[in-house]
Design a protein around this ligand. Structure first.
Ligand SMILES: Nc1ncnc2c1ncn2[C@@H]1O[C@H](COP(=O)(O)OP(=O)(O)O)[C@@H](O)[C@H]1O
Ligand SMILES: [Mg+2]
Length: 287
């Protein structure tokens, strides 16, 4: 089935784009009456309708999946190894095609970040950050200042001339994030980006990723992780997948607003939600 890409352009999304979740719109203290709940008006960026994926060797990776991701959402995906999470992101990006159903992406501005930062060892931090923009034909006069800005935003100011080998794992991942953010993606796909990092770097980078989300350096995210706590901390919505063939067996709306302080992880409502997601994940694995 085709991966359909249409261009989405609507100026109103810039200013009005909501962050789903948390402080959204209870009728009591909520928005002016003429406003509709933001999660109903934000444009969809990608929609999966009855999507299945079977590989040529017969492996059925995904059972039918129905799912959409809207502008302003941060959607995490958790599930057992091999359940089809990476396949789901590859389908969203158009890197692979569904064998049944349809994937519709309403934007062409999609960026991908993997666990392995895959930096070019001979290029400096600055030149690595510029690589994707350069390859996709963005004029240099445009990407230069954008790269400089993003390098500052991800906390790499002062390291522009360093080569990847002199950076820590966390810093290399920052370069990888910056390289994708230079493209100002509408949809940011992250496949276990912090999986190789120690817990402290991981939490710090998670916090920074959220700050970039709040700054609207990307419109929406699909984020694959093995860590339920990471999923809940970062997301507006968490999807739980069954073992292969992967289906979405549960969906949790995360009711916390932004910004989210690191200490939120110790709050009772936070741990209660992570426990509920973990339980669902375990149930899925058992059944
Ligand atoms: N090119 C391929 N050919 C055959 N099977 C594949 C291919 N890519 C992935 N798979 C299988 O599809 C299933 C889902 O893979 P993947 O999406 O990578 O899972 P996850 O990211 O959740 O670990 C796995 O069983 C994997 O072995
Ligand atoms: Mg994977």
């Amino acid at each position: 089935m085709r991966h359909r890409i249409a261009t989405y352009s609507d100026e109103s999304s810039e200013a009005g784009s909501p962050r789903a979740g948390g402080d959204a719109s209870g009728p009591a203290d909520g928005p002016a009456p003429e406003l509709v709940a933001p999660e109903l008006v934000a444009p969809e960026l990608v929609t999966f309708t009855g999507v299945e994926k079977r590989f040529p060797d017969g492996t059925q990776a995904l059972a039918p999946i129905d799912l959409n991701v809207r502008d302003g959402e941060f959607v995490s995906i958790v599930g057992a190894s091999g359940c089809g999470k990476s396949t789901l992101l590859r389908l969203a990006s158009g890197l692979t095609e569904a064998t049944a159903g349809t994937v519709s992406a309403l934007t062409g501005r999609i960026s991908y970040v993997f666990q392995d930062p895959t930096l070019l060892p001979w290029r400096s931090v600055r030149r690595n950050v510029e690589t994707l923009a350069e390859l996709t034909g963005v004029p240099r006069a445009e990407y230069r200042p954008r790269a400089a800005e993003v390098i500052e935003l991800v906390g790499l100011g002062g390291f522009e001339r360093h080569r990847p080998r002199s950076l820590s794992g966390g810093m290399r991942m920052r370069v990888s994030l910056a390289r994708s953010l230079v493209l100002s993606p509408d949809l940011f796909l992250l496949d276990e980006p912090f999986g190789a990092l120690d817990e402290i770097s991981r939490e710090r980078l998670g916090g920074e990723l959220l700050r970039l989300f709040e700054l609207r350096r990307f419109g929406a995210a699909m984020f694959v992780t093995h860590s339920v706590a990471e999923a809940v901390f970062l997301s507006t919505r968490v999807l739980v997948m069954s073992p292969r063939p992967g289906r979405v067996v549960a969906e949790f709306t995360v009711p916390f607003g932004f910004p989210r302080p690191a200490e939120m992880r110790f709050r009772e409502d936070f741990t209660r939600l992570t426990a509920a997601v973990s339980r669902r994940l375990r149930d899925g694995e058992a059944g």
